[in-house]
Design a binder for this molecule. Structure first.
Ligand code: CU
Length: 276
């Protein structure tokens, strides 16, 4: 009996290591394909897609605008089934060209590759729409993006300037962003630490939002690179939520963290400079 113990321990330890490695792999879901839209068709996990976007002629600011998009495969056939990822078949992000405006919505699936939604734009100008979805059978999500021009008075263009201080107060929450390092092309950890802005007490009762303890989206200053990042652990409900990602290139990025607390979703933006 005694002689079996070390072997049993060895098996247990091996199993533990394997489990840890497997869970590490799962959490290492760096959205490699979505990092660079142009690269998505070369990733083996990603099914190449095309998209067709339709909206009203000359859409105007502050009007409700219907948008439909059709997702097709590379031979122009509609893709008919999609996986539900983070509770939705499609996640859609709308940003103004200067990244000052940000919206995260979920178009409705109408079948036969077609999604639709309505939205309104706060001012005239150019906006970029990023849709993220996973065709059934694909190992990773695809991203289709589209620029839309909105008629109307334009908002003042705000230049993107990296934040001097990575602490912000948003909707009664004090949020601090920190990194283990912030260099392009290397896996990094990005932490959001959230406390109550009035009492300064750490918030430990964040709620899952779309199946994760938080979501983060990052875009390069030119709105070309798009990253949708999920937390690497769903353990605990705050105050610290850690994300893992890779910024594909150096430069200025805007990051929006989204979290849910007491039934309300709040969005906290930061602008950072990613070094080479
Ligand atoms: Cu979403």
């Amino acid at each position: 009996m005694k002689g079996e113990l070390p072997l049993k321990n060895l098996i247990l330890i091996t199993m533990l290591i394997v489990t840890l490695l497997l869970s590490a792999c799962n959490s290492l879901k760096v959205p490699k394909s979505s990092m660079d839209h142009n690269m998505s068709s070369t990733s083996s996990d990603v099914i190449p897609t095309k998209s067709e976007w339709k909206t009203t002629d000359h859409p105007k600011a502050n009007e409700i605008i219907p948008v439909t998009l059709l997702i097709k495969d590379k031979s122009n056939q509609p893709i008919k089934s999609f996986d539900t990822v983070h509770e939705k078949k499609m996640h859609l992000f709308i940003v103004s060209k200067d990244l000052a405006y940000f919206l995260h919505i979920h178009p409705k699936y109408k079948g036969n590759g077609k999604f639709d939604f309505t939205t309104s734009f706060p001012a005239g100008g150019d906006y970029k729409l990023f849709s993220e979805f996973t065709p059934k059978g694909a190992g990773d999500n695809s991203v289709e993006s589209h620029w839309i021009h909105i008629d109307g008075e334009t908002a003042e263009v705000k230049p993107l300037v990296p934040d001097q201080k990575l602490t912000k107060v948003v909707e009664g929450k004090k949020v601090t962003l920190s990194f283990d390092h912030i260099m392009a092309g290397m896996t990094l950890h990005m932490n959001f630490t959230i406390s109550d802005a009035t009492t300064n007490k750490p918030i430990k009762n964040l709620q899952p939002y779309l199946g994760a303890m938080g979501h983060a989206v990052a875009m390069s200053g030119d709105a070309k690179k798009y990253l949708h990042i999920h937390p690497m652990t769903t353990e605990g409900n705050g105050p610290k939520v850690t994300f893992m990602t890779i910024f594909p290139e150096k430069g200025i990025y805007k990051i929006w963290g989204q979290f849910q607390h007491e039934g309300e979703v709040f969005t906290v933006p930061f602008v950072v400079n990613v070094a080479k």
